[in-house]
Design a protein around this ligand. Structure first.
Ligand code: 5GP
Ligand code: ZN
Length: 112
């Protein structure tokens, strides 16, 4: 499959890894929008939030439970934001589900 993030998981495209286990990988975004910008992805290829299926509960809950640990590792003691861009209007550019963990400065709100 011609998927950028699957290639990062395989290691054929390099990345700055933050954390890895059997279900997920976390690495630095190549074009950070904040002092901390980490991408959290499932090792299983899931194209987007819209493509989640029965049986994906374990990986999704595992990733959500890891957020606070990654945030702590990255020194985000004063808060952070988790973003999942989905589909065309959501400006999703890579079609492999990913959560953006951003922080390290006061973030603007509302988004978009
Ligand atoms: P999206 O726009 O799909 O929500 O987010 C895709 C993210 O992937 C973007 O923030 C972009 O900077 C990041 N990205 C694209 N290509 C690469 C790459 O080759 N390596 C890394 N580390 N990040 C990438
Ligand atoms: Zn993929």
């Amino acid at each position: 499959m011609d998927c950028l993030f699957c290639k990062i998981i395989e290691g054929s495209i390099p990345s700055e890894k933050i954390y890895e286990d059997d279900m997920m990988l976390c690495f630095k975004d190549i074009n950070p929008t904040c002092p901390v910008h980490v991408l959290m992805i499932p090792k299983k290829h899931i194209s987007s939030l819209d493509d989640l299926k029965e049986g994906d509960e374990e990986v999704i809950s595992h990733m959500m439970l890891k957020v606070k640990d990654i945030a702590k590792t990255m020194g985000l003691d004063n808060g952070y934001r988790l973003v999942i861009n989905t589909g065309e209007d959501g400006q999703q550019s890579v079609k492999h589900l990913h959560m953006h963990l951003i922080g390290g400065r006061k973030l603007n709100w509302p988004a978009g």
